[in-house]
Design a binder for this molecule. Structure first.
Ligand SMILES: [Ca+2]
Ligand SMILES: [Ca+2]
Length: 213
């Protein structure tokens, strides 16, 4: 009976949260990319970034064409590379802007070389530092990495899902840059439709009949 109900639930599309996409820039399928360069990760390879990530010193855009779901949970790894000059740094501040479908969802200021970080309370709940300042590649300045979980966002099903990153006023790839990797899109579980309790009641009655025989 348990197997039967599980199969019925699956056939109704009630499966638990399903992973819609993972993008690791290691040669598999990617979204449509504008800006950024697929780049060897240097020392970030030992920090969970694999061999390649997508790096930029100004802006990059990822478009998941005709994304089918009406909600999506977005997470990714973020490399903050070289001379980011936070609030009070020179020339700072260096602020990363992240938007989804045109709405800004993250805007932290990072300080690797001078100044201090400025991360809002709302952003702090979405960002986990995965390692602190040490020079692990690219130019000689220190580098950091973070895991970002933007949480669940609503989406108009069947339209493009656009994730946009920008670092206005940055001084170029040899001075300061960022990279994204291991982007996961998860589609939340579908709510139980009203007809399911009736269906389960039906299975329950079937079980009662069987036990009586
Ligand atoms: Ca990678
Ligand atoms: Ca460096």
């Amino acid at each position: 009976m348990i197997k039967l109900i599980s199969a019925a639930a699956l056939s109704l599309g009630l499966a638990v949260s399903a992973q819609a996409a993972t993008v690791d820039f290691e040669g598999g399928a990617t979204p449509v990319i504008v800006g950024g360069l697929s780049t060897p990760t240097e020392g970030y390879s030992a920090r969970g970034f694999g061999a390649t990530f997508l790096r930029s010193s100004n802006a990059l855009q990822l478009t998941f064409v005709n994304f089918a779901a009406s909600a999506v949970s977005i997470a990714f790894d973020l490399a903050i590379i070289d001379s980011w000059d936070g609030i009070g740094g020179s020339p700072g501040p260096d602020q990363l802007h992240v938007s989804v479908n045109g709405t800004e969802v993250l805007s932290p200021v990072f300080a690797n070389a001078s100044g201090i970080d400025q991360i809002s309370a709302a952003d702090a709940g979405k960002i986990t530092e995965t390692f602190g300042a040490a020079n692990i590649g690219f130019s000689f300045w220190n580098d950091r990495s973070f895991h970002v979980n933007l949480g669940t966002l609503s989406h108009v099903a069947g339209t493009d899902l656009v994730i946009f990153f920008s670092l206005p006023g940055a001084q170029g790839l040899t001075d300061e840059s960022f990279a994204v990797d291991n982007i996961t899109l998860n589609v939340p579980a579908v709510p139980v439709p009203a007809s399911l309790p009736l269906l389960l009641a039906g299975f329950g009655a079937l079980g009662m009949l069987r036990r009586r025989r």
